[in-house]
Design a protein. Structure first.
Ligand SMILES: [Zn+2]
Length: 442
């Protein structure tokens, strides 16, 4: 089974060039002008089109229960909107529940994705008890292909909170295993203080007041200090403050530290909370001030953000509306998967940046590189062929929710074809029926 992609503008790790890409048996077999005869080969003419590695969103929440609500998107619906926008791999989370084993969480998460995802997938692990036996199990998981951990500096009620001393202990252990850690940075003490100070403000804007920027900035500072001490490779998730992002960038010459941000912190601001349906924008970290948003936007043009992710966490409209009169009871999260690629294209208008921040870097952070994230010989032939001058279409974050955080926004980006491990899975923006549920654990 061979496919030859002819004459596209191909985004390689180190350069962009108009050339051919040969796919053989699910892998990239050759890159360069291919003038030799190939038998039984499907030829795709990519003249005038952009050829990128399959894109990757390393931060999504699918098929899970958060608080009392079930998420609106399953692996099937989440991976469908992903593929239709050129995303071939999604990463989710496996979170140990208080009083239950990590093994139970692993089994539950895998059963949700295996055979149900159209695109490839991987998981970050959150163990919450750090007893001796748990680490032995964690090491077994690593030999079974799990590659990343996610730890939290807050969320006491959910049992996720680690104080800085325990975080340091966990990061020491993770570094000994040679693994990286993803960290949610919001200082728990500062959050508690802000919550107490703003108690009584139940409007959606109260959500922004209850999770101030200082909480993120303080936790970033502390986590950078721990990263220095432990030498653990550290990735900061959903950075929402320009100051936090700068602190991470400044730590970089000495540290293997990376960070991500999300479209909501670049395209939306906290004024949304004052609109009629302001509660539907409640997510954590919250949307920030316009001043911060504009500074974040500026930083996207520097080497500050390594990756763009969605933190896709979609709740049905009825769940979002159920307790809308009190922000603290509204489930927190925004849908985003379907908007990621169009919005980042709008921001940069430069496919090379997408190839780096939506494929290469995320693959490295999630431990998927060099098998994914790059058009290189021997890698999985995950490929997107796209045009940028298509008919304008509405941006849609999810197939499951009826409210759109980016309502009214359109894109001329057209995904002509997506290959997943060498097989065409999307044609002209739509999933091919016969290729449903083709996803595998990456
Ligand atoms: Zn998240």
């Amino acid at each position: 089974m061979r496919t030859l992609v002819r004459n596209g503008t191909v985004y390689l790790e180190d350069r962009t060039t108009v050339t051919d890409v040969l796919v053989d048996n699910g892998l990239f077999a050759d890159i360069g002008k291919i003038d030799y005869a190939i038998d039984g080969c499907e030829v795709i003419d990519a003249t005038g089109l952009h050829v990128l590695p399959g894109l990757i969103d390393i931060h999504t929440h699918l098929d899970d229960t958060i608080g009392k609500y079930r998420l609106a998107d399953t692996w099937a619906s989440g991976s469908e909107i992903a593929l239709r926008n050129g995303i071939t791999t999604l990463c989710g989370f496996i979170t140990q529940r208080p009083g239950a084993s990590l093994a139970a969480a692993v089994d539950a998460a895998l059963s949700m994705a295996d055979g149900h995802s159209h695109c490839d997938y991987a998981f970050h692990l959150t163990p919450v008890s750090f007893e001796k036996g748990d680490w032995a199990y964690v090491e077994r998981l690593l030999s079974d292909g799990f590659r990343t951990f996610k730890l939290y500096t807050t969320y006491r009620e959910a049992g996720l909170f680690l104080d800085y001393r325990n975080l340091r202990g966990a990061m020491e252990r993770i570094r000994e295993m040679g693994m990286p850690v993803l960290v949610h940075c919001e200082d728990d003490a500062l959050l508690s203080r802000a919550k107490a100070l703003t108690a009584g403000t139940v409007t959606p804007y109260g959500h922004a007041l209850s999770r101030p920027m200082e909480a993120e900035i303080e936790a970033v500072k502390r986590v950078m200090e721990i990263a220095v001490k432990t030498k653990c490779r550290t990735h900061v998730v959903h950075v929402s403050t320009a100051e936090g992002a700068r602190l991470i960038a400044q730590a970089r010459p000495d540290l293997a530290v990376t960070c991500e941000t999300c479209p909501q912190y670049l395209f939306l601001n906290e004024d949304k909370y004052k609109e009629t349906d302001g509660h539907s924008y409640i997510c954590s970290p919250p949307l920030r001030s316009e001043k911060n948003r504009a500074e974040m936007w500026k930083l996207t043009h520097e080497e500050t953000f390594d990756a763009y992710v969605t933190d896709h966490c979609a709740f049905s409209k009825s769940d979002k509306d159920a307790d809308r009169s009190d922000y603290s009871k509204v489930p927190k999260g925004l849908p985003g998967i379907g908007a990621l690629v169009p919005l980042m294209h709008e921001l940069h208008n430069e496919p090379a940046v997408l190839a780096r921040r939506l494929a290469l870097n995320p693959a490295k952070i999630a431990g998927l590189y060099p098998r994914k994230g790059s058009i290189r010989k021997g890698a999985d032939a995950d490929l997107v062929i796209m045009g940028t001058q298509g008919a304008e279409r509405e941006i849609r974050t999810s197939l499951s929710v009826v409210y759109e955080p980016y309502q009214g926004k359109t894109t001329g980006l057209e995904v002509r074809r997506v290959l997943l491990r060498g097989e065409t899975i999307v044609e002209d923006g739509l999933l091919i029926e016969g290729k449903r549920f083709a996803g595998k654990r990456a």
